[in-house]
Design a protein around this ligand. Structure first.
Ligand code: SAH
Length: 352
């Protein structure tokens, strides 16, 4: 059976023409799937019962059901654990900012990248998400919360550039004026640095924001934290980001997770500043979130501030990431692990 929600508009029109349906049906059905975000053919109320039945025989709409939901009492951040058609789980976070709602979505079930501080890798990699399943996370959250989401960050479970074709298809779909119609400028993709795919992304000519998870200023340190660095080193990945900034005229952001005694010294800050010199870059500093059995310790507030001021004194723009959803463990990877029989998830807030 074909996943109808992952088809482009043109592919849908073609598939419906094969069923001898008139072309206006493609418009109706595409809007139901992508603007309204319906989860079943029965909700397509302007189609006859017979037509809905015919569609059900040919196509499926992959499900994205709320398994768990946590709401932060501190700032209203909402974290979902969604169950997919095959019983796999992914996590999605919705954050409220002054400029609107941002959703942080997963791009894969698990992750292969093996970063030493990250929970997403621990429960193992299962599969890529379909374009429809990435969009499904947004639709399910919007419907549950009754709000319109205006910004997307591909920063949940998984490595988006390791699921390149589906991610690109998803990005085109959310941009469609027959669907969610989000501006590509409000889409951010975060990568651990799969260099050839960064160049592929440049060729797509999409004005999305690229964020690189850098976390260390040199190969010795970065390879200890991120196995991907053995394949593409710091200089190579920063060069790819420079090319991205030059070609797209978009500022590139660098994520730098601060771990006490590992990568948070003023010497690291100076080395980082030297690497990023003369580049329209922005550094996001994130004190590491504790993940049990990872054993990483958050940098102290004073070490974080010192790191920031050292970067700034070298002319590098740096902000300290405000932590949202602190009481619900809003960083990704932990709920899925718990569901799969990993460590228990200590949580101070109510389960739905
Ligand atoms: N694979 C992509 C996107 C998912 S990770 C990437 O690597 O960018 C999203 C961000 O969270 C990355 O910057 C990642 O390095 C960071 N991250 C993962 N685990 C973390 C933790 N325990 N504390 C703080 N940041 C973490």
């Amino acid at each position: 059976m074909t996943d109808i929600k992952s088809l482009t508009y043109e592919e849908l029109a073609e598939a419906l023409a094969q069923l001898s349906l008139p072309s206006y049906r493609a418009d109706q059905i595409y809007r139901w799937l992508h603007k309204e975000g319906v989860s079943s053919f029965d909700e397509m109320t302007n189609l006859s019962k017979d037509l809905r039945e015919k569609l059900r025989e040919q196509f499926l709409i992959p499900s994205c059901e709320i398994e768990d939901k946590y709401v932060s009492k501190l700032d209203g951040t909402v974290k979902y654990l969604f169950r997919l058609y095959d019983g796999e789980y992914v996590e999605t976070v919705v954050m409220r900012y002054q400029y609107g709602y941002t959703v942080c979505i997963s791009s894969q079930v698990g992750c292969k990248m093996g970063c030493t501080f990250c929970a997403s890798t621990l429960a193992g990699y299962q599969r890529n998400l379909l374009p429809s399943e990435m969009e499904g996370q947004i639709h399910a959250a919007q419907r549950d919360l009754g709000v319109r989401i205006s910004h997307i960050v591909l920063m949940g479970i998984g490595e988006p550039l390791d699921n390149f074709d589906n991610v690109i298809r998803f990005i085109h779909t959310v941009n469609s004026d027959k669907g969610l119609h989000l501006s590509l400028r409000d889409v951010t993709l975060s990568t651990c640095g799969i260099v050839p795919r960064i160049y592929d992304l440049i060729r797509e000519q999409l004005p999305i924001t690229l964020t690189l998870s850098l976390h260390a200023p040199n190969d010795e340190l970065r390879s200890r934290m991120m196995p991907v660095n053995d394949r593409w080193g710091v200089d190579e990945v920063i060069a790819a980001c420079r090319a991205y900034a030059e070609q797209t005229k978009r500022r590139v952001s660098f994520e730098y997770t601060l771990i006490s005694g590992v990568n948070d010294s003023p010497a690291c800050a100076k080395e980082l500043a030297a690497k990023l010199k003369g580049f329209l870059a922005h550094v996001n500093l994130i004190p590491v979130n504790d993940v049990e059995e990872r054993g990483n310790v958050r940098s102290s507030d004073s070490a974080v501030k010192k790191f920031q001021s050292t970067l700034q004194s070298q002319g590098i723009n740096a902000t300290i990431r405000r932590t949202l959803g602190k009481d619900i463990n809003a960083s990704c990877g932990q709920l899925r692990r718990k569901k799969n029989g990993g460590e228990t998830f200590e949580n101070s807030c109510e389960n739905r």
